[in-house]
Design a protein around this ligand. Structure first.
Ligand code: AMP
Ligand code: MG
Length: 303
């Protein structure tokens, strides 16, 4: 099927539409859902084919890890291994809300969703309708921002319609999002926990919630920079790999351009030399004499 010609349905954020959106998600379709920050394109995070459609709709690189959205902390153990007490403490204080916790993933979460990582980001959005839809669908949803890669994130259903029309199956119109910053991300797979991305929740409130034990000593972004684990984070999030790759491609393009310039100069010199040698400076005769034999040209370029 041509995904660009898909029928997109606008669904109200109430009544039967909730069951309809839930049904679309269960069937592996894409539905834009409102959250407290921005609209997300949601898909069943356990379904690799559904998740692949998100990347197609967004035009987003496939190595970017997606965050799982769940209706409450009781779902953590379905998708995460060895959930530490700290996760429940934080969930109690800040969920629903803009806090993403990185935990060890269970095998039911495909690597396609986590960008190849053995860990997974978990979040419970502060939007009652979206939580009701996820609850009714019975599936955790991966939901990156509902916009074409490189375009601004959408904070109204109308913006989503303009950007995603014909690329997704449904848009739940939950009105404008409260304008907010993106979720704070904390990695609970390391001791002490590490702040990976500052966001809606200040570090101090996270420390307060975790109390005075070793979990309270969250590494802050300064520490992270000092011990270079910011590289590890970005690396895990795919950023460094992408930047490294982009840098390598740029370097190759520069090398190729330099080589081409050298080649042009040398071939130019060869042509001038050859033209001096053949009667009447006739290029065709130069070919006849074999002066433009491939090996002659290669010798001229790489000499
Ligand atoms: P968002 O832009 O709010 O959809 O969040 C996606 C970002 O969360 C990714 O680009 C990563 O920076 C981060 N992220 C998601 N999952 C993980 C993970 N398992 N480990 C580290 N960072 C993650
Ligand atoms: Mg975005």
């Amino acid at each position: 099927m041509n995904r660009m010609k898909m029928k997109t349905e606008i669904l109200p954020a109430e009544g039967e539409a909730i069951a309809k959106a839930a049904d679309l998600l269960r069937r592996g379709e894409l539905v834009a859902l409102p959250t407290e920050t921005v609209y997300g394109i949601a898909a069943d995070a356990r379904n690799g084919a559904a998740v692949a459609k998100i990347f197609v709709a967004k035009g987003r690189p496939q190595d970017n890890p997606l965050i799982l959205h769940i209706p409450d902390a009781s779902w953590l153990t379905r998708y995460c291994e060895d959930v530490p007490d700290a996760a429940y403490k934080l969930a109690e204080s800040f969920w629903p809300g803009p806090l993403t916790m990185i935990l060890k993933k269970k095998p039911c979460v495909p690597l396609r969703t986590t960008g190849g990582l053995e860990t997974v980001g978990m979040r419970c959005p502060d939007h009652a309708v979206t939580r009701a839809i996820i609850e009714a669908s019975g599936v955790p949803v991966a939901a990156p921002s509902a916009n074409t890669s490189g375009r601004p994130s959408c904070t109204t259903a109308e913006h989503v319609r303009e950007d995603m029309w014909g690329k997704i199956d449904g848009i739940v119109d939950g009105g404008p999002c409260q304008v907010g910053v993106e979720s704070t991300i904390i990695d609970l797979t390391v001791t002490p926990p590490q702040l990976l991305r500052p966001g809606g929740l200040p570090l101090e409130s996270l420390r307060d919630a975790l109390g005075d034990d070793e979990h309270g000593r969250i590494g802050n972004p300064g520490d992270v920079l000092a011990n270079l684990s910011v590289g590890r984070h970005i690396d895990r999030a795919g950023g460094v790999i992408k930047n490294e790759h982009a840098r390598m491609l740029e370097q190759r393009a520069r090398d190729a351009q330099a080589l081409l310039l050298t080649a042009r100069k040398r071939i130019g010199a060869l042509v001038e030399l050859v033209l001096d040698l053949v009667p009447e400076n006739d290029l065709f005769q130069a070919f006849d004499y074999g002066f433009f034999d491939v090996s002659v040209i290669l010798n001229a370029v790489y000499a």
